[in-house]
Design a binder for this molecule. Structure first.
Ligand SMILES: NC(=O)c1ccc[n+]([C@@H]2O[C@H](COP(=O)([O-])OP(=O)(O)OC[C@H]3O[C@@H](n4cnc5c(N)ncnc54)[C@H](OP(=O)(O)O)[C@@H]3O)[C@@H](O)[C@H]2O)c1
Length: 249
């Protein structure tokens, strides 16, 4: 029987693969047979992911590329080196809390450059360089459940994610004639470095409230990675322009 969830024969780019959800997505995707190209800023952490990738099929050769995706030159260099892709996962992100009263141009720039501009410019470059396979290609953006259930201090993080969701809907429309699908997954809080960092900035009381608000509690990186693999696979070939909230909404 054909396994419609298999990624065998597909080449997938995973950004933010040196940590957390991107790392788990790269590992799970390689376990499902994908050849993956992983990217992140920190070479040691990226190599750690690389070492644990499933060796996969005989002909799959995984690649790792260190790149700061807030730099246009790095995006250009990365996309120039890439093979034609069957899937792209954007897991780049930064956390940080700041009340609206203290927001500055620098803060807006930092958040949007990392979470929004990097994805938009990467997609432009991939299209111009013809690096997206027509038919059965899938692009997945990781947004956040906070665009629906915001938290105090999250104005820039959440605004950048909301912009990404809107952008993804337009991209889905533009790429649908080529059979390329575009979807978002929007997780609630997931265990990992980003949650640890947020925990340092919020009181235990606030974290407990967030946990309570998530009907299925705090998630594991695998919960997000498995969902992304579904969106990358042909099992979701009739789904585009959606945003799936994970953790119970
Ligand atoms: N964890 C959660 O609870 C949660 C919930 C909802 C949504 N999300 C979203 O899921 C995504 C992944 O989160 P995570 O928990 O995996 O976070 P994480 O563990 O902090 O990982 C973030 C990744 O983004 C990379 N990155 C950051 N800035 C970059 C830049 N300028 N250029 C290239 N790469 C950059 C990091 O690379 P280096 O480490 O190499 O610098 C790292 O690989 C984010 O978009 C986040 O907003 C997370």
């Amino acid at each position: 029987m054909t396994n419609v969830f298999s990624l065998t024969g597909k080449t997938i780019l995973v950004t933010g693969a040196s940590s957390g959800l991107g790392k788990q997505t790269a590992l799970t995707a390689s376990g499902q047979g994908a050849q993956v190209v992983i990217t992140g800023r920190n070479p040691e952490k990226l190599n750690e992911t690389f070492k644990h990738l499933d060796p996969g099929a005989k002909h799959s050769i995984h690649q790792q590329v260190v790149a700061d995706l807030t730099l246009h030159s790095a995006i250009d260099e990365l996309t120039g080196r890439l093979p034609v892709l069957n899937g792209v996962v954007f897991s780049v992100g930064i956390s940080g809390l700041l009340p609206t009263k203290f927001l500055t141009g620098k803060e807006i720039e930092k958040n949007f450059n990392t979470s929004f501009n990097s994805a938009v410019l990467m997609m432009a470059s991939l299209q111009k360089k013809k690096k997206l396979q027509n038919q059965r290609c899938s692009v997945v953006f990781i947004s956040s459940i906070s665009t629906r259930y915001p938290f105090v201090g999250g104005a820039m993080y959440i605004s950048a994610k909301a912009a990404l969701e809107a952008y993804a809907r337009v991209l889905a429309l533009e790429l649908s004639p080529r059979g390329i699908r575009v979807n978002c997954v929007s997780p609630g809080f997931v265990r990992g470095p980003m949650l640890d960092q947020t925990q340092e900035q919020l009181s235990g009381e606030v974290i407990a409230k967030i946990d309570e608000r998530q009907p299925l509690g705090i998630g594991e990186p695998e919960d997000v990675a498995n969902t992304i693999v579904f969106f990358l696979s042909d099992a979701s070939r009739w789904i585009t322009g959606t945003n799936l909230f994970l953790g119970g909404g």
